[in-house]
Design a protein around this ligand. Structure first.
Ligand SMILES: [Zn+2]
Length: 460
């Protein structure tokens, strides 16, 4: 089983948009209600403890599980939200599920059971700041070529074509598990989580090793000399982002530099910020499509793919916008190559962070001490060969991959000592990161299958 996410922009009618908003609002109400309740009990127990009350005399603690939250909500919804029947129960479930997860993460983080940064105690969701979202896991969820069918909301027009999803679901190879409608950057989107058993053919060139050099001026250059340009509208979209961010910075924003305090932003700033968010969304979308195409093509063709380990976390700090966008893409490309090569039974090799792919001569292996960013051509001082800078780097990456494969073939014990991050995998790879939490997509409900869908796909 592989979980895939398909995301489409929606074009809801005004009535549908109102329905989506009110559902998202209901999710927020349920979240805030549950949080207030949990907080009240916790505060009460703390207060009691200071009076010396202990053990069984304390106010009993309450469970944070989705199950108990939902049970408690159902007991009080007539008083707390007398209008509840206007919204699908999925709306309240969305809010309570988010709360259960947030509390679980906080609890585990506090006990040291969770890796990563400490997780803060959940905060109340503000009507103005929270991103409206609602997740449907039961009922009539379907996706057609031009429409999304959501319970209670109805047939919502898609802004784009969903043939890719429908083509997999119709012949019974995939099953829609859930649909999440979310308002982002000025527009509603629907993300379908699909359980798919589509098997993907082995790479068309099974012996081939390809080096992929990622860049800013071009999206990527392959070691066979193929150059994949940046999407056509990227520079226009970037120009718009630059202009709008200047506009926003001239208006009264939420941060007041002289006093270093927060302040209430002006309506003009809010408008500018919304426009900026939309333009940034456009850049992300333009880039996203081309990245998916690139990684799909590579994973389909080559059995072994070698990329650089771009130290992404550090590089994102770079202030230049094009650089910033490219860096964000590198992480995405790497992630997609990881799971897509695994789907096709290929291998992704990530070169050691210190591997000098740009400074090494792909002909003779000599390493230059210095190579400025403006030098677009690599001229070797030792053997005198001349090559395009990016092609040279890609060739070095391919060579690095071949060496790694040789080492791997000669003995498994030396394999991990080389610093190569080898990702091989089987079709079990889960493409969608499952939220660590109380309920997985498959557990919160069952969706009636779309026409022609295989019965009971096995979960793993
Ligand atoms: Zn040379």
């Amino acid at each position: 089983m592989t979980l895939l996410a398909y995301r489409f922009a929606l074009d809801p009618t005004p009535a549908q948009e109102r329905a989506l908003r009110s559902h998202a609002g209901a999710a927020r109400v349920a979240f805030n209600w549950g949080l207030a309740r949990v907080k009240a009990v916790m505060d009460q127990r703390v207060a009691e403890a200071t009076y010396g009350i202990t053990g069984e005399d304390l106010t009993p603690s309450i469970s944070w599980s989705l199950y108990s939250l939902r049970k408690d909500w159902n007991a009080v919804k007539d008083t707390v939200a007398p209008w509840w029947a206007e919204c699908s129960k999925e709306a309240f479930n969305t809010g309570l599920d988010a709360l259960a997860r947030a509390l679980k993460n906080w609890g585990e983080s506090r006990k040291g059971k969770r890796k990563g940064k400490p997780v803060a105690f959940p905060r109340f969701k503000s009507k103005h700041k929270a991103r409206p979202s609602i997740r449907f896991t039961t009922g009539a969820i379907r996706c057609e070529t031009r429409h999304a069918i959501l319970p209670r909301i109805g047939r919502v027009k898609l802004h784009e074509d969903a043939t890719g999803l429908v083509a997999d679901v119709e012949p019974g190879r995939s099953r829609v598990l859930s649909a999440t409608a979310r308002y982002e950057r000025g527009r509603w989107n629907a993300a379908f989580t699909v359980d798919t058993e589509v098997s993907r053919p082995a790479p068309s060139d099974p012996g081939a090793v390809v080096g992929v050099d990622l860049g800013i001026k071009t999206l990527a250059v392959l070691s066979d000399g193929t150059e994949i340009p940046n999407p056509r509208h990227l520079s226009t979209a970037l120009g718009k982002v630059r202009r709008l961010s200047r506009t926003a910075s001239r208006r009264q924003g939420p941060y007041d530099p002289p006093t270093r305090r927060r302040r209430s932003p002006s309506n003009r700033w809010r408008r500018a910020a919304a426009a900026l968010g939309k333009a940034q969304g456009r850049v992300a979308d333009v880039r996203k499509d081309s990245i998916h195409k690139l990684t799909t093509d590579i994973a389909r063709t080559y059995a072994t793919v070698v990329i650089e380990d771009l130290h992404v976390a550090g590089m994102v700090k770079n202030r230049r916008l094009a650089r910033h966008v490219a860096d964000a893409s590198f992480a995405q490309i790497r992630r997609q190559l990881e799971y897509k090569t695994a789907w096709h039974g290929g291998t992704l090799i990530v070169a050691d962070r210190w591997f000098a792919s740009s400074k090494t001569c792909s002909e003779c292996g000599a390493v230059r001490a210095k190579l400025t960013l403006s030098e677009r051509t690599y001229v070797c001082g030792v053997c005198g060969s001349v090559a395009d800078r990016d092609v040279n780097a890609a060739l070095n990456l391919a060579q690095y991959g071949r060496n790694e494969l040789k080492v791997a073939a000669s003995g498994a014990e030396t394999r991990n000592g080389r610093g190569a991050d080898r990702k091989t995998g089987q079709a079990r790879q889960v493409a969608v990161k499952r939220q660590p939490g109380t309920a997985t997509a498959g557990q919160t409900g069952t969706v009636p299958q779309q026409r022609g869908t295989a019965s009971e796909a096995a979960h793993s």
